[in-house]
Each structure stands twice: as structure tokens, then as C-alpha cells.
Design a protein around this ligand. Structure first.
Ligand code: ADP
Length: 258
């Protein structure tokens, strides 16, 4: 709390009383902390790939470039790290634009079934690489929903990306959808590693990861779910997760019927 006292005088210039202003700084302090945490997180996220790039560039400069096989391998790693940096920056820009309501959402009546089909195609290779079974479990004719089709695709891509990333080889990944009152409920499910109960409440925070080390190796940015949550909210829906360690996760979100 911060208090200031301002005296005031009457007509004869005598102090007649004072005004006491008491300000609650809790909220201001909280926002300040959020800002410094955010900058700290961003710096850390940018630094990890940059440190790795610097290391490989230095090694190349110190002579590794003379060994073509080694040089090629290092350049591939550098290329991968640069890709990761670009993705991270794209995600940060998307998230800040979405948070500031700066993106123009083109909300219309969308056939989610078609979008899910497209997303299935995008993931074909990765599903095959990890030997994951993928299927869709829909109510026969799903009603259209209110959403921006491009950003809805992004929602499914982010959730599928996680399902694939966090499910061991040979597992299952599937998408369910059903009509519920004036909403349609979508569930992106996997039988992978799951999320510990204590982490579930924080999972949608930006940069939050259950296992920082392992997730970093996966090339994730910790922003995927924050983006998903903001988009679902912007479409007038809601999102939650049900998960059990070593059994799997279900990301459940709703969208308004068209
Ligand atoms: P990331 O880029 O690290 O995947 P996200 O915001 O998409 O960032 O997810 C945040 C964290 O939530 C992940 O690091 C992971 O720990 C956890 N998570 C998300 N989806 C799943 C899932 N399907 N199964 C297990 N853990 C998950």
C-alpha cells in the first residue's frame, strides 16, 4: 500500500483538514512482475538456440570447415536452430497480436470437419515416422461452427503437434467431435505421456512447460497452448484439459454452432 496526505486550507488560510490517498499497489506490482518474467523468459528462449548457433559457427571457423562431412553436419544443425528461432519469433508475434486484439479475425460459418481433414494430411509424415495410429471419431454430420478458418486450423495444428510430440512411438492420436447444445465440442486426444496433476492449472500459460529440458529438445516454444487458448476464447468458446501421467491427454474445447 502507498499513502499520501494532502492538506487543504479554509478561506482564512488555516488548515481545515487533509485528504488521504491510499493506493493499492498489489496489481501494479503484479503486472510489473509479469513484465519482467516475460522479458526474462523471452531472453532465455532466444538465447538457447543462439548459443548453440554461436558454438557451431566458432567450431567451423576454427577449422572444422575443412572437413566437408563435419561442416555439412554442423550446417544442418545451424539450419535447424535458425528454423527454431524463426518459429519462436513467429509464435511470439502471433501471441502478442492475438493478446492485443490486433489480428483481424475473419469469423464465419466453418466446416470444422474439412479443416480437421487438412490437418490430418499435414501430419501424415510425422504420424508415420512415429508409427502412431491416427483416427477421427465424429458424430455423423457435424454442424458448422463460428470461427476464423485459418486460425482454427492453427488450433488443431498446435494441439496435434503436441499430441504427436508427447506420445511415444506406436501410440494413438485421435480427434473426437460432437454437438452439445448450442456448442460443438472438439477433443484432441492421445495415449501418450500425460501431464502431472500439479502442472495442469498452468499448462496454458505462455512459456510454461512440464519438463523444461525434454521439451526444449523437442523444439517447442512453450507458446502453442497459450495461442490456442486465446484463439478459442476469441471465438467465444472455452478450453480445458483432462490428463493422466502415462495414460494420455485430452484437450477439450468448444466452439459456437453457426
Ligand atoms: P511446447 O512448445 O513446449 O509444446 P505448448 O504450449 O504447446 O508448448 O505446451 C506446453 C507444455 O504442455 C508442453 O511443454 C508439455 O509439457 C505439455 N503438453 C502439451 N500438450 C501435451 C500432451 N498432449 N501430452 C503431454 N504433455 C503436453
Amino acid at each position: 500500500l502507498k499513502a499520501s496526505i494532502i492538506p487543504f486550507k479554509d478561506k482564512r488560510e488555516k488548515t481545515a483538514g487533509c485528504i488521504v490517498v491510499v493506493k493499492d499497489l498489489t496489481e501494479i506490482k503484479r503486472i510489473e512482475k509479469m513484465r519482467t518474467d516475460f522479458i526474462c523468459n523471452i531472453s532465455h528462449e532466444l538465447k538457447t538456440p543462439l548459443t548453440s548457433i554461436r558454438g557451431f559457427v566458432e567450431t567451423l571457423n576454427d577449422g572444422a570447415y575443412q572437413n566437408p562431412a563435419l561442416a555439412k553436419r554442423f550446417l544442418k544443425i545451424i539450419e535447424k536452430e535458425v528454423g527454431r528461432l524463426c518459429r519462436l519469433i513467429d509464435n511470439m508475434l502471433d501471441l502478442s497480436m492475438i493478446e492485443m486484439n490486433q489480428i483481424r479475425l475473419n469469423i464465419k460459418d466453418v466446416c470444422a470437419q474439412e479443416i480437421i481433414k487438412e490437418v490430418g494430411v499435414i501430419f501424415e509424415n510425422r504420424l508415420r515416422e512415429k508409427d502412431l495410429a491416427y483416427y477421427e471419431k465424429f458424430q455423423e454430420k457435424l454442424p458448422k461452427v463460428k470461427a476464423d478458418p485459418d486460425w482454427l486450423r492453427q488450433i488443431f495444428v498446435n494441439l496435434m503437434d503436441n499430441a504427436v510430440k508427447y506420445t511415444p512411438n506406436g501410440g494413438n492420436v485421435w480427434i473426437e467431435a460432437e454437438s452439445k447444445g448450442d456448442m460443438v465440442e472438439f477433443r484432441v486426444c492421445d495415449n501418450g505421456r500425460g501431464i502431472p496433476e500439479k502442472d495442469i492449472p498452468r499448462i496454458f500459460e505462455r512459456f510454461y512447460r512440464v519438463d523444461k529440458h525434454r521439451a526444449a529438445g523437442n523444439g517447442g516454444s512453450g507458446l502453442g497452448l497459450a495461442i490456442v487458448k486465446h484463439l478459442v476464447k476469441a471465438f467465444g468458446g472455452d478450453i480445458r484439459v483432462e490428463s493422466k501421467v502415462n495414460q494420455g491427454s485430452k484437450f477439450i474445447f468448444t466452439l459456437k454452432k453457426a
